[in-house]
Ligand binder design. Structure first.
Ligand code: KG4
Ligand code: ZN
Length: 357
């Protein structure tokens, strides 16, 4: 089966062609057009994003087909992100996908954006397949999942306030770095002295026990406020320029320590020696290395941590086509009433009382 994937949930217009069956995907092409215009505003402006998707969608899809060396008539199905995200932005992709599918006479399938992130790593690393523990860390979501099989997801924990990527972006702004800031914070932190500042590890303490609500949950708004107060103090002391790398380092260390610990707690409780990371924050090398070190220390030398390369970690249509390959293989199709939704539960969520079974 050959799937054309389309992703327009935020500020990337992306299309990709993926071939294969449910468990043997091959990426034929991937085009990602990032909307740089939002940089001027320090964040994504929804109306501008929708208009930019509208201008870009047809040439981006055309280019993905050309790069794959296939004609539109050689596509068997079209997959499109239909939730969660900016509704106006999603609608551009959904409308385009439905119209193209109707004109070609092929099925269309709506895909949940976070299920796409879950499948991304496996496109380039066949070992990133279930069963595993998943930590999805993007600009809009932070989810800790147990994944016994594709399509079966136990939600163990989530952020109670800001997403991990959002915390990076807000701290980047405080430190005078461009949007989106995660990559810039990581670069600045690399030159920081880890002993100069220390922020409390958010939602992490030794007294937490399995079954406690905060055992897996995450929270980053308190950490962001702690950074804000430290930045203000350094400014009033006239030391901000010198302190910036150390503040970035202390912030990243605190955030990464919590994410790593919670991911390893989940892997340990479910006896999963494999941890798969996804979402834009999975580009962060300090996060990947910390999860790996904690996993090996806690789960043993056989523990493995799988992270996508940056192109597949951030928003892209290849992961959407890959997730669709799995669902289309099970006979799933969307109808002509396929719509876009700002929020939607991940499909395949199992009841939470099964969490520690
Ligand atoms: O998954 P993604 O592309 O979009 C959403 O679905 O939200 O994630 C974007 C997020 C942004 O918040 C960005 O700052 C963050 O991923 N990010 C990083 C890094 N690269 C991107 N955060 C930390 N370190 C990085 N190297
Ligand atoms: Zn995303």
């Amino acid at each position: 089966m050959r799937v054309l994937g389309i992703e327009t949930s935020c500020d990337e217009t992306s299309a990709a062609v993926v071939d294969g069956s449910g468990d043997r995907p091959t990426l034929r092409s991937l085009v990602i057009l990032s909307q740089d215009v939002h940089r001027v505003f320090g964040g994504v402006v929804p109306e501008i994003a929708s208009r930019a998707h509208l201008t870009a969608i047809a040439p981006v899809v055309r280019r993905a087909l050309d790069d794959a060396g296939v004609r539109a008539e050689e596509i068997d199905a079209i997959a499109v992100t239909n939730a969660p995200g900016l509704v106006g932005a999603l609608l551009v992709g959904v409308s385009f996908a439905k119209a193209l599918a109707a004109s070609l006479g092929v099925p269309v399938l709506g895909v949940h954006h976070m299920e796409g992130h879950l499948f991304a790593t496996e496109l380039e690393d066949a070992a990133a397949a279930p069963p595993f523990t998943a930590l999805l860390v993007s600009g809009g979501h932070t989810l800790l999942l147990d994944v016994p099989a594709w399509g079966e997801y136990r939600l163990l924990g989530a952020t109670r306030d800001d997403a991990a990527g959002e915390a990076f972006d807000k701290v980047a702004k405080l430190l005078g770095l461009p949007y989106p800031g995660g990559r810039h914070v990581e670069e600045l932190a690399a030159t920081g002295d880890p002993t100069r500042y220390r922020f409390a590890r958010p939602m992490l303490n030794a007294g937490q026990r399995l079954g406690d609500a905060d055992y897996y949950d995450l929270s980053f708004s308190g950490l962001k406020t702690a950074v804000l107060l430290a930045v203000r103090k350094a400014e009033s002391d006239g030391e901000i320029e010198e302190a910036r790398p150390h503040l970035a380092r202390a912030f990243q260390d605190a955030l990464v320590a919590t994410l790593a610990e919670k991911a390893v707690r989940a892997a340990s409780a479910h006896a999963r020696p494999r941890i798969v990371l996804g979402g834009g924050v999975a580009c962060n090398r300090a996060l990947v290395e910390r999860v790996r070190a904690r996993a090996i220390a806690t789960l043993g030398a056989g523990a493995t941590v799988h992270a996508p390369s940056p192109r597949l970690a951030t928003d892209n249509a290849a992961m959407i086509a890959r997730a669709a390959l799995f669902r289309l293989g099970r006979g799933e199709r969307s109808g002509a009433d396929l719509n876009a939704y700002a929020t939607l539960d991940l499909p395949g969520l199992m009841p939470s009382d099964a969490v520690n079974a």
